[in-house]
Design a protein around this ligand. Structure first.
Ligand SMILES: O=c1[nH]c(=O)c2[nH]c(=O)[nH]c2[nH]1
Length: 281
């Protein structure tokens, strides 16, 4: 197929998204379950397939999916390690591929018995992301949709006002959010599982302990606490939507509202995002 395109191919990748993998550990009658969604994305010298349809260098996304299941045969281990095994395999074994990104979301099942579990739909996820470029594997771990709420110890005052400002200052509001946190490692921790537990605990403690003057301040406190808890973490990225709760006006009904009746807001919502880094600027 001739290619006489005058254009160039920009950044591109391809892979299988949403590979649903469930692994049951049957080493004893007390079964273990791991429930993952895996995403692969490969890039490299892929000009030919884009420009002319020559697929010589293309490892099919179907093969990538099969590799995920095959690699799970002998156990998964921490999601970060599983993602790294896959990423290294795709780059090291496929001549055209120079970079692999493997992302994993882990869905937690709560044990009910030896072989019985429960899991709410939606809910908090543990995440792992690995980028391998043929030399080094950059590993990030995280948490998504961790719902947190403080019923007090949250204020928001002293902000800039102009002719469009209507928001009243408050010394006592509900602070609620659904945290997405991603932390990157500068070196592998002794255990990714322990590091995850420590990071999650640090995050929860920072949210609960901080008298919040803004969600931005809470975000920074969370990042700081994770950096302090895990020396191998170099940077923490945080996304914290402000799930507004509006004190409902009960005056039309001749009632006061002593900070007890709220309308949970939906859209729009404030979105507070930021990165906290170990190195000083
Ligand atoms: O914690 C907050 N930060 C803001 O930037 C902001 N803006 C707003 O309307 N409410 C809030 N709350």
């Amino acid at each position: 197929m001739p290619n006489d395109s005058p254009f160039t191919l920009g950044p591109n990748s391809y892979g299988k998204s949403g590979v649903r993998l469930v692994h049951v550990g049957r080493d004893s009658a007390r079964h273990e379950i791991r429930d993952l969604t895996v995403h692969t994305a490969l890039s490299g010298d892929l000009d030919a397939t884009h420009r002319t349809g020559d697929n010589t260098g293309v490892l099919p996304t179907d093969t990538q999916k099969n590799t995920v299941y095959a690699f799970a045969r002998d156990g998964i281990g921490p999601a970060e390690a599983f993602a790294e095994r896959l990423a290294r395999h795709f780059v090291d074994r496929t001549p055209a591929i120079t970079d692999a990104r493997v992302g994993i979301e882990e869905h937690a099942w709560t044990r009910l018995g030896r072989h019985s579990f429960t899991r709410g739909e939606g809910g908090e996820l543990r995440t792992a992301d690995v980028h391998y470029d043929g030399q080094t594997a950059a590993v990030a771990s995280g948490i998504r949709d961790l719902l947190l709420l403080n019923t007090t110890d949250s204020a928001f005052r002293g902000f800039r006002t102009d002719e469009y400002t209507t928001l009243p200052e408050t010394d006592d509001r509900i602070l609620a959010t659904a945290v997405t946190a991603t932390w990157t490692y500068t070196a592998a921790p002794a255990s990714y599982d322990t590091a995850f537990d420590d990071a999650r605990e640090a995050l929860l403690a920072a949210f609960a302990d901080t008298y919040s003057l803004s969600l931005q301040q809470t975000l920074y406190a969370v990042g700081e606490r994770i950096l302090k808890a895990i020396p191998e973490v170099g940077e923490v990225r945080l996304s914290m939507p402000n799930r507004h709760h509006y004190l409902y006006d009960l005056e039309p009904f001749g009632l006061d509202n002593p900070g007890t009746v709220f309308q949970a807001g939906d859209l729009p919502y404030g979105l507070i995002e930021g990165t906290v880094r170990r190195e000083a600027t």
